[in-house]
Design a protein around this ligand. Structure first.
Ligand code: SF4
Length: 386
């Protein structure tokens, strides 16, 4: 592999990571003018791992808006920045506003060659970069559509607690990064650092807020689509006799019986699932993922039947969601994959208790959390018959 190939492989990897972690479009990352540039990353507080990046919103507002990013994104941008700094040693071209996705040609005859801009399309289809893609993502990685990274971001959101590969990635990166990706959206604008760092007027803040909200609304369509696909998948698991726990399977089975009993219904399992799906969708059901399973309550009006509903204020208290509370709820569905999260959490807590020498109050709290977690794991195992 030549030096140029290695640089392009690195840029490919950084593009994919930054795009799916932050639900950004390809152009918002690699375009020479609206893509990422030297100076776009700001460290607000390294010890608390608070970093911001000014992403240009290609669709709608067409301006740079600051977003909080996770440390994996910070690492990828820092690597690209270092690369530009090294190129800058050759001709002093490194400065704020320089694209992070340009590289220099080198050859044996004339040494330093011309500048080139990174072409993601070419990189993911031909040459060394393609073999790198196949190595990393399998034989047919398809990054053709402009929505693909935003969709991938939404898929990661819904499957982050039950897909072993995603959990392994999360552990490898050393943080609960996938848990934080979903929270990046527009949150920057509500933090006090935002005003001080960018030193801008309140009318500009308002304009940036509007831009971030437009972007959020656009992204929500992606989340909605993937969320409904997840709901359909859960229905199919139950109808095909998969191992699940929680009260939601009863709702699915009851509706399936109703559908099957209709004189005019002679459909396949897929069609039955589709009919059940339409029925629960009409009731407002929608999945929300927790470490211990999924809550399907969505925007249903029958909230009184939910276990976390309070008669005192007539509202749901999903902040109390836990294996013990949700396990008894008609809107809960879980499966064996979720036990991995709880077990990993337990290991983390046990390590903290052993290693960080907490004070008496902190120790008491940790011990109580650990007790609840153990209870949750036992409950989930029992309900799943494991
Ligand atoms: S108890 Fe749990 S599953 Fe039921 S509605 Fe509340 S959060 Fe959702």
């Amino acid at each position: 592999m030549s030096l140029k190939d290695a640089i392009k492989c690195l840029m490919t990897a950084c593009t994919i990571l930054i795009a799916f972690m932050n639900a950004r479009r390809k152009g918002e990352i690699i375009h020479p003018h609206i893509g990422l540039q030297v100076g776009n990353l700001k460290t607000m507080d390294a010890s608390l791992e608070i970093f911001m990046v000014d992403f240009f919103l290609e669709k709608g507002p067409k301006k740079r808006v600051p977003y909080f990013v996770n440390s994996a994104t910070r690492d990828a941008i820092t690597v690209l920045d270092d690369l530009q700094r090294q190129f800058g040693r050759l001709d002093e071209s490194y400065c704020t506003g320089t694209s992070l996705f340009r590289y220099r040609h080198f050859n044996l005859e004339s040494g330093l060659g011309v500048w080139a801009k990174f072409d993601f399309y070419e990189a993911t289809r031909y040459g060394q970069d393609f073999s790198f893609m196949v190595e990393a993502l399998g034989a047919n990685p398809d990054f053709g559509g402009t929505r693909v990274f935003r969709r991938l971001h939404a898929v990661l959101h819904y499957y982050r607690y039950e897909n072993g590969d995603i959990q392994a990635l999360s552990r490898q990166l050393g943080h609960d990064v996938l848990g934080t990706t979903g929270k990046y959206i527009g949150d920057s604008l509500s933090r006090p650092e935002f005003q001080s760092v960018f030193d801008i007027s309140s009318s500009e803040v308002e304009a940036l807020k509007r831009a971030a909200i437009t972007d959020l609304n656009d992204l929500e369509k992606e989340f909605e689509e993937v969320g409904y696909e997840k709901l359909m998948e859960e229905i199919l698991i139950v109808l095909n006799g998969g191992l699940v726990s929680g009260g939601y399977q009863k709702i699915i089975k009851r509706l399936a019986l109703k559908v099957a009993g209709l004189a005019q219904f002679h459909g396949t399992m897929e069609e039955k699932a589709q009919a059940v799906f339409q029925a629960v969708k009409a009731r407002g059901h929608f999945p929300k993922v927790y470490k211990h399973g999924q809550c399907m309550v969505g925007g249903t009006v029958k909230v009184k039947s939910a276990k976390c509903h309070s008669h005192l204020d007539g509202r749901l208290h999903q902040e109390n969601a836990s294996p013990a509370v949700c396990g008894e709820c008609v809107y809960h569905q879980s499966k064996a994959a979720y036990i991995r999260n709880l077990t990993a959490d337990r290991e983390r807590m046990e390590r903290r208790l052993e290693e960080s020498c907490p004070g008496p109050f902190e120790r008491k709290r940790l011990e109580s959390d650990l007790e609840n977690l153990n209870l949750g794991i036992q409950l989930l195992r029992k309900r799943l018959g494991l």
